[in-house]
Design a protein around this ligand. Structure first.
Ligand SMILES: NC(=O)c1ccc[n+]([C@@H]2O[C@H](COP(=O)([O-])OP(=O)(O)OC[C@H]3O[C@@H](n4cnc5c(N)ncnc54)[C@H](OP(=O)(O)O)[C@@H]3O)[C@@H](O)[C@H]2O)c1
Length: 311
């Protein structure tokens, strides 16, 4: 039986690993081995029977399939380098990264692992924390077919409702993820603009939210709720649903790829500038929907609304 490992227990990773551990327990499989920079994030996972391991290298040594879900390219690269440089055998191991990283990072990771006869699958996800909790994420997966066929049963109806297979070139799923986030960030900007319009004209955010959810679907409705519940600027002791710096990273990846391909992304540019302005005004503890705070300021209101934090 292949032992499964998991590194990264942030807003998304903890929810995903929880569903995976529940699945393994239901199948009487070997318990998930998990690790995270902040180990206490895994306490609830340990209570479900998963096994804690403080060292990523030791986790890799015990597992045949290793998932990672970390904030950015630098973190992923340093994790992979730590194991490729350690000299430990990696032959036939499958690494599956679910983070959003640049296709170039994926290409370099594939090469590093191929030298050690290990496989790499890029399996980024679409959907936020509540969808991850429900096990209903959409995954894009790409990499060697043999490896992806082995991994798909750990994803489909466990962590995700749908797996989009992008073929054997692992950079393709990462490209799809970055393209998808052009839509995500533009949609957040559009919902934010509509809600500021609704508030300033006296229409009110309630009817606007009802319409957004009804006419434009649950994703847009969810973005509206991030504004009206104040989740766009959560309290300083909490972790944002989709941190603003993560969305700025994704937008910057999209701009770099667009430039190389002579594509313009004017809508994304406006949204990204508003996210950067939000972070400058209100700090790091912000959701990606926090461009709303800046749109509020531009309309003569406070950055904060009645449900958000106030400073
Ligand atoms: N949130 C979303 O809605 C969403 C949706 C789709 C895709 N994504 C992508 O999925 C990835 C994870 O997102 P998330 O929202 O779960 O992020 P998050 O809550 O910020 O968690 C980031 C994870 O990376 C770890 N990490 C950060 N810096 C590290 C470092 N220097 N060394 C080791 N570990 C480090 C964190 O460890 P600690 O727990 O110790 O901080 C945590 O496990 C990102 O690439 C994001 O763009 C997010």
């Amino acid at each position: 039986m292949t032992r499964i490992g998991w590194y990264g227990l942030g807003s998304m990773g903890l929810a995903m690993a929880t569903n995976l551990q529940r699945h393994l327990a239901a199948k009487n499989g070997l318990s998930l081995v998990y690790s995270n920079r902040t180990m206490s994030r895994g306490d609830s996972l340990q209570a479900l029977g998963a096994t804690a391991e403080t060292s990523f290298e030791k986790l890799v040594a015990q597992c045949g399939i290793i998932f990672t879900m970390v904030s950015n390219d630098t973190v992923l690269s340093s994790l992979i380098s730590s194991v490729t440089r350690s000299g430990q055998p990696l032959q036939d191991k499958i690494f599956v990264d679910c983070s959003t990283v640049h296709p170039e990072t994926v290409g370099l990771t594939v090469a590093k692992l191929r030298e050690k006869q290990a496989s790499f699958l890029a399996a980024p996800v679409f959907g936020g924390n509540p969808i991850a909790v429900d096990g209903k994420l959409v995954f894009a997966i790409a990499g060697p077919k043999k490896a992806s066929e082995q991994v798909k049963p750990l994803i489909q109806d466990v962590m995700g409702r749908k797996v989009i297979d992008c073929g054997e070139d692992a950079t393709k799923s990462s490209l799809l993820k970055i393209a998808g986030n052009i839509v995500t960030v533009n949609l957040m900007e559009a919902v934010g603009e509509a809600q500021v319009f609704a508030e300033r004209t006296g229409l009110g955010t309630g009817p606007m939210e009802e319409l957004i959810g009804e006419a434009f679907g649950p994703v847009a409705g969810g973005y509206s709720k991030r504004l009206t519940t104040g989740a766009y600027a959560p309290s300083l002791d909490s972790r944002p649903g989709f941190g603003v710096s993560l969305a700025i990273k994704d937008a910057n990846h999209a701009f770099a790829i667009a430039k190389e391909n002579k594509v313009e992304l004017p809508g994304l540019k406006v949204a990204a500038e508003n996210m950067v302005a939000a972070r400058e005004y209100a700090g790091e503890c912000l959701d990606s929907s926090s461009m709303y705070g800046v749109l509020r300021q531009k309309a003569g209101m406070e950055f904060w609304n009645e449900k958000s934090r106030k400073e």
